[in-house]
Design a protein around this ligand. Structure first.
Ligand code: NDP
Length: 446
């Protein structure tokens, strides 16, 4: 059988860096999805669009030396992958976690290109971070690390060049410290980071945006594709960080029941439904562990070392990290009657898990579409910073709802255009790809 253009590009990427497993996983998913759109559009191959998309514009790696509370110098690695700026400044979060590698940040940066395109806003794609772990560090240590990180990163970014934000391990505290350092070095007050505090250029609803956006997307899928709603549904959510907490909050507002949440040590099950005020107190105020919830809440149970996917649910929202739903987890969910899976995290389902869902008729919404609400509101934060204005919560939230509904509509339109019916995965990849690819062609070879 003749090798297709997409297969050739994938094989070349794999030959170049076979050890970049997560990156290759993301590339394979996108290239497989967009393959049906390629024969009718020979201009993409003629302009080597796929070859250029799988190679970041720029890869920056640097040493981050900082001093801990004991006076010892510590060394971490910092990265920024500037992937593609065909439709706007590079945009994407910074992840601080001990598991961070170049491959993980490359997969996230690659995905970000298509996700940002789907929002309809003017944002290119990038991602960065460090193998620094904030767990167990004092505020002073986190501040000194963030300052050291920005002391190198500042020369590569700017409000019209590259605008980082948060991700795992990077919340309001870390963004604030990095913003302060950028401002000191550059002596300018500009919207160079998003997810900032409300007192210095942040946007209302940014904290809630990824979780809320995931629920707006999921609600729209339920209504338009399944003639259903959240009312009375049991919902499993993994993680207990920024995305999970606000996904849980909106689930409850829409009438669903959240019975589990987790962290990397285990999960809690609450037959009465999760008490979100207690979770917020433990995770956001005390920076505690999910196991604390079971100690403080009557009737709740903590299960060490297991995943939430072993509990029966109607809807699953993976909101922790990549590859957290493996094939066996997917099969367990299917056996227990799950009807819909939409991803809050980036690439939380392995290819085998996605295949299991799709072949069993479980509706599947891919992260690059369903979790795009976070970066969408980051885009709105950039607009407010440029205008030197602050919009109301309602204004931002209304725009977010509109963007998430349009992502569902655009994904379905793209998949139907290429004869694939209502396929949210292939549709999202094609819709995200086309806008970037066409902009690249219009701008000439670079
Ligand atoms: P947080 O750091 O706030 O929370 C991450 C949560 O996931 C924590 O509960 C953490 O537990 C858990 N977790 C992390 N690593 C693992 C692991 N290896 N196994 C099991 N659980 C794990 O991050 P966010 O909520 O911001 O991000 C969560 C996901 O959403 C990520 O995939 C991120 O890329 C994605 N995302 C985030 C956006 C945002 O706006 N923040 C936007 C779009 C996507 P523990 O504390 O034990 O590590």
């Amino acid at each position: 059988m003749k090798t297709t253009y997409a297969q050739k590009v994938y094989a070349d990427a794999e030959a170049r860096a076979p050890w970049e497993k997560e990156f290759l996983q993301a590339v394979r998913e996108v290239l497989t999805s967009i393959e049906p759109a390629l024969p009718d559009n020979p201009q993409y191959e003629a302009n080597a669009i796929l070859e250029r998309l799988v190679e970041p514009d720029r890869q920056i790696k640097f040493r981050v030396a900082w001093v801990d509370d004991a006076g010892r110098t510590q060394v971490n690695r910092g990265y920024r992958f500037e992937f593609n700026n065909a439709i706007g400044p590079y945009k994407g979060g910074l992840r601080f976690h001990s598991s961070v590698t170049a491959s993980i940040l490359k997969f996230l940066g690659f995905e970000q290109v298509f996700k940002n395109s789907l929002t309809g806003l003017w944002m290119g794609g990038g991602k960065g971070g460090s193998d620094f772990d904030t767990h167990g560090k004092s505020d002073g240590e986190v501040m000194r690390f963030c300052q050291a990180f920005m002391t190198e990163l500042y020369r590569h970014i700017g409000p019209d060049t590259d605008v980082p934000a948060g991700d795992i391990g990077v919340g309001g505290r870390e963004v604030g410290y990095m913003y302060g350092q950028y401002k000191r070095i550059r002596n300018e007050f500009t919207g160079v980071l998003t997810g900032k505090g409300l007192a210095f250029g942040g946007s209302l609803a940014r904290t809630e945006a990824t979780g809320y956006g995931l629920l707006y997307y999921t609600d729209e899928v339920l209504k338009t594709m399944m003639n259903d709603s959240f009312d009375g549904k049991t919902v499993s959510i993994s993680g207990s960080g920024n995305v999970s907490i606000f996904a849980a909050e909106k689930t409850m507002e829409l009438g669903g029941r959240v019975h589990v949440l987790s962290d990397s040590s285990g999960y809690v099950y609450d037959p009465e439904g999760i008490d979100l005020d207690l979770i917020k107190e433990i995770k956001l105020v005390r920076r505690g562990r999910i196991s604390d919830y079971a100690k403080e809440r009557k009737g709740a149970e903590y299960v060490e070392g297991k995943k939430v996917w072993e509990r029966p649910c109607d809807i699953a929202l993976p909101c922790a990290t990549q590859n957290e739903i493996e094939e066996a987890d997917a099969k367990e969910l299917i056996k227990n009657g799950v009807k819909l899976v939409t991803e809050g995290a980036n690439m939380p389902s392995t290819p085998e898990a996605i295949e299991a869902f799709r072949s069993s008729g479980v509706v599947f919404g891919p992260g690059k579409a369903s979790n795009a609400g976070g970066v969408a509101v980051s885009g709105l934060e950039m607009s407010q910073d440029s205008q030197r204005l602050a919009w109301t919560f309602e204004e931002v939230d209304t725009r977010l709802q509109g963007i998430m509904k349009k992502i569902v509509a655009d994904s379905l339109a793209a998949s139907n255009r290429y004869g694939m019916g209502n396929d949210l995965l292939n549709g999202a990849n094609i819709a995200g790809f086309e806008r970037v690819a066409n902009a690249m062609i219009d701008q000439g070879v670079y």
